[in-house]
Design a protein around this ligand. Structure first.
Ligand code: TRP
Ligand code: MN
Length: 456
């Protein structure tokens, strides 16, 4: 018989899920906050804030990613290397959304395939760094780790890790996501505005090619309109947001138990990914990600071994759940044909069906003679071609693309139809982090991907 004095201990779903297990494991790339009391206050505050995304949306995304893994949809994931507080303005967010919508149109039309639209947006504010410090003219300060951690200005004050920035990251993400939702649901993304999205961008061959395609779509829509077609599906798009889940002090307070299912969701974004530098099998990041229900991405660089892939599958997707796991390969144009096949084959032979997408940006970094971090557009295009070749040869599915882009007229990557050269970088280089494709380079890339998909 139960003793009446015995306390009834209600099972805590967060404990059952092991959400805090990561605290016992080595966590790479975490900030060193100086003020622990301030950190505790920020965490308490964050854990009271409303979720940014709804668990039901996350479930729908997982189903759609499962479609992509089977070749019935295509994932387009794009946005800044690092979002900044200062650049979370209406104009910049709108230009980025427009660029992604235009790319989606090119892909949907060119490949006759549903495109899953996803921003590297509304949370992409923390960066892993290869070195803790940066030295300029004999002065050494902590490296910039993204606006969620410290400031870019090279002063001791700005580079100090400040937990209050986590709260600002949350609020900036909330307002960014609010505007994205307004644009994509409120009429701005209506396919009948396909021409509008190209306005305000400078003339160049990619834009002209887009105009031609927009005219065809317009004609088709007017034809269907005359036939009395129902246009509900044209009015709005589902737009998902994603970021690298790097900081436990941000992701953990935003991870909530969903009342419908009693399981944990990281409500800071729909999909979250772990990078090359934080995907250690026995590390904190893999453990934490293994316990949330969101679709998970993992970046794979050129030194990845088939065993790494198999172990990641076992840890992150033990039930082989469709749509759960996305591998984002970032090999470099010179290596993808060599290094990717064995990884894809290993996964295939294990009976798993992860979604494979290509990140043609991060394996192709160079430093120009005048000192800019850049990428050659030709290398980016070549890695994309290599990605399609590899999957074609293996009979597997090239399911998506992950790119760093901006809707603005910057000059950060070399080449493209505007033939951006090293001197031009000096005029229009804005990124605080990695070089991004500008508007016309993004469109050009979309045309290439559409051609590859149509051939498939
Ligand atoms: N809703 C459809 C989709 O998301 C069609 C559509 C509406 C669309 N607006 C769009 C497609 C903008 C691409 C871009 O696919
Ligand atoms: Mn980057």
């Amino acid at each position: 018989m139960a003793n009446n004095n015995e306390k009834v201990v209600l099972a805590d779903p967060a404990v059952i899920a092991g959400l805090d297990n990561y605290r016992n494991l080595p966590a790479a790339q975490q900030p060193t906050w100086l003020d622990q009391a301030a950190l505790a206050a920020v965490q308490a505050e964050l854990s009271k804030q409303p979720p940014l995304v709804f668990a039901g949306e996350v479930d729908i995304l997982r189903d759609r990613l499962a479609q992509a893994a089977q070749g019935k949809a295509f994932l387009l994931q794009g946005g800044d290397c690092a979002e900044t507080f200062a650049d979370a303005t209406a104009d910049r967010i709108r230009n980025r959304v427009k660029t992604i919508l235009q790319m989606a149109v090119v892909l949907t039309y060119g490949a006759s395939m549903p495109v899953i639209k996803m921003g590297r947006m509304a949370g992409q504010m923390a960066k892993p760094r290869s070195s803790n410090d940066e030295t300029r003219d004999g002065v050494t300060l902590p490296a910039y780790r993204g606006d969620a951690v410290n400031g870019y200005d090279f002063t001791a004050e700005s580079r100090a890790h400040d937990p209050k920035r986590l709260l600002q990251a949350y609020h900036t993400s909330a307002s960014t996501l609010n505007l994205i939702r307004a644009f994509t649901m409120g009429g701005f993304a209506d396919l009948r505005s396909v021409h509008e999205w190209n306005k305000g961008f400078t003339d160049n061959p990619a834009n002209a090619r887009y105009e031609t395609l927009a005219k065809e779509i317009d004609r088709a829509i007017r034809f269907m309109d005359a036939c009395g077609a129902d246009f509900n599906a044209l009015r709005a798009v589902d737009f998902y947001v994603s970021h690298e889940a790097l900081l436990f002090d941000y992701e953990r307070p935003l991870t909530r138990i969903d009342s419908r299912t009693g399981t944990p969701y990281d409500t800071s974004g729909h999909l979250v990914w772990i990078g090359e530098r934080t995907r250690q099998l026995d590390g904190a990041h893999v453990d934490f990600m293994s316990r949330i229900r969101n679709p998970i991405g993992v970046k794979l660089g050129p030194t990845t071994q088939p065993d790494d892939v198999l172990h990641l599958i076992d840890k992150l997707d033990p039930n082989r759940e469709p749509g759960r796991l996305t591998f984002i390969s970032r090999m470099g144009a010179g290596k993808i044909r060599e290094e990717l096949p064995k990884l894809v084959e290993a996964a295939k032979n294990s009976g798993a069906e992860p979604l494979w997408i290509t990140d043609p940006m991060h394996g192709n970094g160079i430093t120009t003679k005048n000192g800019y971090k850049s990428r050659r557009f030709d290398d980016v295009m070549d890695e994309v071609r290599g990605f399609f070749e590899v999957h074609k040869a293996l009979g597997t599915v090239p399911g998506g693309i992950h790119v760093e882009l901006t809707g603005d007229d910057v000059a950060e990557c070399l080449g493209g139809s505007e033939q951006i050269d090293e001197a031009t970088l000096e005029e229009r280089y804005e990124s605080l982090c990695d070089p991004r494709l500008n508007h016309s380079q993004s469109l050009e890339l979309a045309f290439l991907v559409a051609e590859q998909l149509a051939k498939n």
